[in-house]
Design a protein around this ligand. Structure first.
Ligand code: IFM
Length: 454
């Protein structure tokens, strides 16, 4: 069986974070409010009333965090840019201090040989745009493209590749259908236009990035969907869920059309959101790569309630993370092979832009090491079967603000004490560092890795 040391030469190793989850400094240097500032201020939205106001104080401590990354020997760092730092009201003039922060971050990363991989939108929409309808308003897509161009004009001389959006599925469902995330709308299926407006934003921004000679990716949280049984009702339900979670985003991006959404009560115009020519805009710029965020598969059974065409089922006999998410490394192999078989030549090279787990472990986080190593072995299996996979970014470098869970779910290779802000590398940090080094030796020598390296 192939394992993680068999990943291809040139494979890029990284870690991932996001602005609202680590930066803090929400009122500094002209940053405008985001929907997460508003949402977390509302009682009852986030566990124990936690907010991202301070988070990991990365805005001030980023040199220390870059030093941690240097110690890992990373090729790349995936972070997100806070739109409200760049355009405090979502539109209008750029904020020089906001741009200057990312300028410093990029320069300091490059100085230690780490390639920055920014994400332009990781859920922190400027509140001023939410006040005008947010992602339910088509205009937000055009404001996003303007913001993308501003940032690319400032950093594009040093940053070769850009991720437009992070997990548009999660932002639509958690933020707009269920109300668990900001902005807190519980619109159920009336949230579908949010999918289209985000994809339109991607397409408009992608063209502007491409015009500037930059590479473009988009990251989504994808899940392999398994039916709870081979019964026709469970199979149909699984297909419906796959459509909503995965194909609603990958079909328009890669095939230029929406999947059949009749099970969700709409035609291909997503409740009137899709206008003539929009799909051409979404596909105008071929993706340099598709970012896959993988955490777990989803098991689906026939609906028990008529409002949705599926229901969730438990995956039996598997361990679970502290978050309660099932641990199924093979699911990553199945997901990637399924993508290849479904999209064929339309599928661009893949990068795993997130994968990791929350645990309650102390410094010796053996559960996390097992999670990461088995998922990387599963990735190597997919690569050995011909899937073109170019890199892997662990979620996450440091413990951080885990959205509705506040600081309760810890995903970091590095422990953060949220009182003192002390960073303490866990065992997984040394494990990841050694893996990266051993893989490089293996690629450089073309030989095998010794058992000591493993
Ligand atoms: O913390 C999140 C991240 O912001 C998006 N992907 C999943 C992670 C873990 O829940």
């Amino acid at each position: 069986m192939p394992d993680r040391y068999d990943l291809p030469a040139g494979f890029r190793w990284g870690v991932a974070t996001a602005a609202y989850q680590i930066e803090g400094a929400v009122d500094e240097d002209g940053r405008g409010p985001s929907i997460w500032d508003t949402f977390t201020a509302r009682p009852g939205t986030v566990r124990d009333g936690h907010t991202g106001a301070v988070a990991c104080d990365h805005y001030h401590r980023y040199p220390e965090d870059i030093e941690l990354m240097r110690g890992l020997g990373l090729d790349g760092y995936r972070f997100s840019i806070a739109w409200p730092r760049i355009r405090p009201t979502g539109a209008g003039p750029a904020n020089p201090a906001g741009l200057a922060f990312y300028d410093r971050l990029v320069d300091d990363l490059l100085a230690v040989g780490i390639t920055p991989l920014p994400t332009l939108f990781h859920w922190d929409l400027p509140q001023a745009l939410e006040d005008r309808g947010g992602w339910l308003n088509r205009d937000t897509a055009y404001h996003f493209a303007e913001y993308a161009a501003i940032v690319a004009d400032r950093l594009g001389d040093r940053v070769p590749a850009w991720i437009t959006l992070n997990e548009p599925f999660v932002h639509m469902v958690y933020g707009h259908a269920l109300g668990i995330h900001a902005p807190g709308h519980a619109l159920m299926l009336d949230a579908l236009p949010v999918a289209h407006h985000q994809l339109l934003a991607h397409g408009l921004a992608a063209s502007l990035l491409h015009e500037r000679g930059l590479d473009v990716l988009i990251s989504n949280n994808l899940t392999p969907v398994e039916p709870a049984s081979p019964s026709p009702a469970d199979l149909a339900a699984a297909e419906a869920y796959d459509t909503l979670h995965n194909r609603l985003f990958t079909d328009p991006l890669l095939l230029g059309r929406y999947p059949d959404l009749t099970a969700f009560g709409t035609g291909p115009d997503l409740h009137g959101a899709v206008r003539p020519g929009d799909l051409d805009l979404i596909t105008a710029t071929p993706l340099t790569g598709l970012g896959v965020n993988y955490y777990n598969p989803t098991r689906i059974a026939a609906p028990t309630d008529p409002s949705l065409p599926f229901t969730f089922a438990e995956i039996p006999d598997v361990p679970h993370t502290a978050f309660g998410w099932p641990v199924v490394p093979d699911g990553l192999t199945h997901l990637l092979l399924h993508l290849r078989d479904t999209y064929g030549k339309a599928l661009p090279p893949l990068t795993i832009t997130e994968n990791g787990c929350s645990t309650t472990e102390g410094p010796d986080d053996t559960f996390r090491i097992s999670y990461l190593s088995t998922h990387l072995d599963a990735l190597a299996t997919a690569a050995a079967e011909g899937v073109d996979v170019r890199g892997y970014y662990t979620w996450s470098l440091i413990d951080n603000f885990e959205w509705a869970e506040g600081y309760h779910q810890r995903f970091g290779l590095v422990h953060v004490d949220f009182v003192t802000q002390a960073r303490t590398p866990r065992a997984s940090y040394a494990w990841y560092r050694d893996l990266i080094a051993a893989h490089r030796v293996r690629c450089a020598t073309g030989g095998s890795v010794t058992s000591g390296d493993r």
